[in-house]
Design a protein around this ligand. Structure first.
Ligand code: ATP
Ligand code: MG
Length: 483
């Protein structure tokens, strides 16, 4: 994704028209990651007319815009985050589209015209699908597909609390439009493609996608996948089970199997590496540093620091003693909300983006599979805590069933990698403490309860009937945008 703008009509000239509107509109989008910091300017990375702006009807403008905000400047990347925008441009906005209004342009080449959110306009959303149906390039954008996609599918924007924007076409396909764009292949395309090629049916196989630029710098912009109609996510299902006084054991067991199938296929399809002394030490040091930063931010962690740090030091010590671990491509942000149960009772796994706040290179690095396991285990804990009265044993049964299912399908029981699993659960719980303290203080008790348990020595976990073999942490939904 080079920083040279390209389009049919002078793109830089568009900025005087659009910048005043974007100043108001962009920071209020829920997917805008730079909230709380002023926007000091914009730079156009690219501007592409997917439908001419000069025609009588609405035009469709595709933009990649770098948003300048105060912050640390690194030598490797231009300052500011790059966002993908799809703008409709028309003379008069029909009343039914008034909620999509971005603003009326007063300056520059688009003066007198009205700009609005193109994805809210079914005509323009349909046009985007048309582009995906016919592979080829338009300016810096290229469109690709693996199979034919039917036409005439009615689009609707998904009303989900998400960090990107998804459109459902005819309840048959879902198109995820990435909002924050990083140079390089997005794992949310790369991994589902690799899994599909490996014959793993646990992940909806990409049928089409589009990107900006080519080669290692090419950036994934959107992915079209089959829409799993009638599916429900694991978080909602777990809460329903708790509300109905039901166990979630069969579901957790099946989810463990599904996770293992995905991991096994990823390990076969993509490179794996061995984590030995240096890598394990680096991992432990990074976790320890995050603990230090978290303790600065949330001093309530202070009494637990020695116990928590012991989890990381154990991993480093095992590595010093010659232990090694296998690392492979993983999901990277697995929690119950990332698992969909289809009406026929099968689990599917979605959203392989990893943690969007981390650099792409880091997200694409091989990691121990128990990192994903730890994410789901934390998620069970969050679910259990969201119900009153709290049922710790509900989460214990889930984690046990999940690990058993995982072991059955893969031949590797995550509980046998206890030290690493504990380290990942601890790292996650520490992250959750900071997140909850900042954003949802009412939830702080959930990760703090986990911190108290994880800080006690393995096997001494008073709440764990599994002590000995023991998982001494608690599972949970990553406290990002759900619940
Ligand atoms: N293939 C699919 N079939 C049915 N629903 C889907 C599918 N893929 C995604 N969804 C729904 O769309 C929602 C958002 O998808 P996804 O998690 O990929 O978006 P995201 O922007 O990465 O979200 P987040 O900000 O939570 O990471 C999911 O929670 C799920 O409900
Ligand atoms: Mg995501």
């Amino acid at each position: 994704m080079s920083e040279t703008a390209s389009t049919a009509r002078a793109p830089v000239a568009l900025l005087p028209s659009l910048a005043p509107l974007l100043h108001e509109w962009l920071p209020r989008r829920r997917w805008f990651a730079g909230k709380g910091k002023p926007v000091t300017g914009f730079a156009l990375v690219s501007a592409t007319e997917l439908l001419p702006l000069s025609a009588a009807g609405p035009g469709l403008l595709h933009l990649l815009v770098r948003v300048q905000q105060p912050g640390p400047v690194t030598s490797s990347a231009p300052p500011g985050d790059c966002y993908q925008l799809l703008l409709g441009v028309c003379d008069t906005l029909p009343p039914r589209l008034s909620p999509a209004l971005i603003g009326h342009v007063t300056r520059g080449p688009l003066a007198g015209r009205t700009v609005y959110e193109a994805l809210q306009d079914p005509r323009l959303a349909a046009l985007l699908l048309e582009r995906l149906r016919s592979p080829g390039a338009i300016g810096p954008l290229s469109f690709h597909r693996t199979v034919a996609v039917p036409d005439g599918l009615t689009p609707r924007v998904l009303d989900a609390e998400q960090s990107n924007t998804s459109l459902v076409y005819g309840d048959a396909y879902i198109l995820k439009i990435f909002r924050r764009i990083h140079p390089g292949a997005n794992p949310d395309l790369e991994l589902p493609l690799a899994l599909a090629r490996a014959g793993c049916a646990r992940v909806p196989a990409p049928v089409a996608w589009f990107e900006a630029g080519t080669g290692p710098d090419g950036a994934t912009l959107g992915v079209l996948q089959p829409y799993l109609r009638g599916s429900r996510d694991g978080w909602r299902l777990a809460l329903d089970a708790l509300a109905g006084g039901r166990d979630f054991v069969p579901e957790a067991h099946a989810l463990g199997r599904a996770t293992a199938e995905v991991h096994t296929a990823l390990a076969r399809a993509l490179p794996t590496v061995t984590l030995a002394r240096r890598q394990a030490r680096d991992l432990a040091v990074a976790m320890s540093r995050r603990l230090d930063a978290a303790t600065q931010a949330v001093p309530a962690l202070m009494p637990y620091v020695p116990g928590l740090r012991a989890a990381f030091e154990t991993v480093a010590a095992l590595a010093e003693g010659g232990s090694t671990w296998r690392a492979q491509r993983v999901h990277g942000d697995l929690h119950l909300g990332q698992a969909l149960r289809t009406p026929d009772g099968e689990w599917a796994v979605i959203d392989f983006e990893g943690e969007p706040s981390k650099p792409l290179a880091e997200r694409r690095r091989p990691q121990p599979a128990v990192r994903d396991v730890a994410g789901i285990l934390r998620s069970f804990d969050y679910a259990a805590h969201s119900h009153h009265p709290w049922h710790p044993e509900w989460a214990e049964r889930c984690r046990d069933a999940y690990c058993s299912g995982y072991a059955e399908a893969s031949g590797r029981d995550p509980r046998d990698e206890q030290a690493l699993l504990r380290a990942y659960e601890t790292d996650k719980a520490v992250y959750e403490v900071v997140y909850e303290a900042r954003h949802r203080p009412d939830w702080l008790r959930v990760p703090m309860a986990a911190v108290r348990r994880l800080a006690s020595p393995p096997g001494a976990d008073p709440a764990s009937p599994l002590s000995g073999r023991a998982l001494s942490g608690r599972p949970g939904l990553s406290p990002d945008r759900r619940s």
